[in-house]
Design a protein around this ligand. Structure first.
Ligand SMILES: [Zn+2]
Length: 374
């Protein structure tokens, strides 16, 4: 730990004392309250647990950090970082742990033995890239390990799927999801269920190492499709971790547990486009998408609680297209981070409509009314 960091910390403490009087009027932030409790348990904080960043808490945080051989926290304390600090000090809630950067590489893989090793390497590289981008764009990480499975045909994929999801799934459930997501053997498909991510690859030799800058080759198209798929499914994993693994249930309950289905799918699709391209520029791509889907249209509210296993293919495609475009519009208005904030708020028990209003700065009803004009 260099002297510069200590200097920065000291400078921060002085500035904090000078410009930050105790703000008793600040809202009671559960993350800050959590940090006060944890530092109190460790004997560093003796102040009130009021959920506000105050001078005493700043001092306790600094004392704790300076007391470590290598500073445990490489950041200055403010209310947005309290949740990270709290998790590190023993908070067991995985929704809080999801913020912690060191969690971002929680990926395990189980590829079918017949899969070419260069394909396996490419899948690992792309998944790792997805986690880095997830953290950069949406400031969340994976708190729980996700397992990525891949194979080039249904029996092979079912075999490894049953080893990982056997306790919560059965072969007929697997077959149903596979037929929905992967039925066309010539293209890439996939699905995510409770932290297990299955990738169905096309049969035959595939090469995923080709640069995306050669879009006119089949290999480049394969790599691009696999990349979008991995990014999409990894975002679902993050979504569900933030929501606290709601599992399955009646559609009426899913809406409250997950928020609207158009955003569940749309946000995953948006992340894949936003972060899956090397330059990260989603705007021009969405201009194209806007033209292809004929602009924002239709009634988004009818896709609030659509059941994907029972919906028609047309509905699923429109759900993905319009939902993706809607997520792009929302991120443009309120920032990328607002999307994960929305899921965090639901995960903390907030009603999804209130979470929508707080995260995106407008009611979902207003958004539906105005959607056609974006
Ligand atoms: Zn999806």
């Amino acid at each position: 730990m260099g002297a510069l960091n200590h200097l920065r910390l000291a400078a921060f403490c002085i500035v904090a004392v000078l410009v930050c009087p105790p703000h008793s009027a600040l809202a009671d932030d559960p993350a800050v309250r959590c940090l006060q409790k944890q530092l109190g348990k460790l004997g560093y904080y003796g102040g009130v647990e009021d959920g506000a960043v105050n001078i005493e808490l700043n001092k306790a945080f600094g004392d704790f950090n300076d007391g470590r051989a290598s500073r445990q926290f490489d950041f200055e304390l403010d209310s947005s970082k309290a949740i990270v600090a709290c998790r590190e000090l023993g908070m067991e809630n995985y929704r809080l742990r999801a913020y912690w950067p060191s969690f971002r590489r929680r990926i395990a893989t189980d590829f079918h033995s017949t899969l070419d090793t260069s394909v396996q390497d490419s899948l690992r590289e792309l998944a790792s890239d997805a986690l880095d981008r997830l953290h950069e764009v949406f400031e969340v990480s994976l708190a729980e390990t996700i397992t990525i499975l891949a194979a080039t045909n249904k029996p092979d994929l079912r075999q490894i799927w049953m080893q990982h999801a056997g306790a919560t799934s059965d072969a007929s459930a697997f077959d149903r999801i596979y037929d929905l997501a992967c039925s066309n053997g010539s293209i890439v498909g996939g699905f995510e269920f409770q932290g297990v991510l299955a990738i169905c690859l096309p049969k035959g030799n595939i090469d995923l190492t080709v640069s995306l800058r050669q879009p006119d080759t089949q290999s480049a198209r394969n790599r691009f499709t696999v990349k979008l798929l991995l990014f999409h499914e990894i975002f679902h994993a993050a979504q569900y971790q933030l929501l606290g693994r709601p599992g399955d249930g009646p559609a009426s309950q899913l809406l409250q547990k997950w928020g609207p289905e158009w955003l569940v799918e749309g946000a995953a699709g948006y992340f894949a486009i936003r972060a899956g391209f090397n330059d990260g520029a989603a705007g021009p791509i969405y201009v194209k998408i806007r033209n292809e889907i004929g602009g924002p249209a239709g009634d988004l509210s009818k896709y609030e609680s659509i059941h994907k296993y029972h919906a028609s293919r047309t509905d699923i495609i429109e759900l993905a297209d319009q939902g993706g475009y809607a997520a792009f519009v929302l991120a443009g208005m309120a920032g990328d981070r607002s999307i994960t904030e929305f899921y965090e708020k639901i995960g903390f028990g907030m009603h999804w409509k209130t979470a929508f209003l707080e995260a995106f700065g407008r009611s979902v009803e207003d958004f539906y009314r105005q959607y056609g004009s974006y």
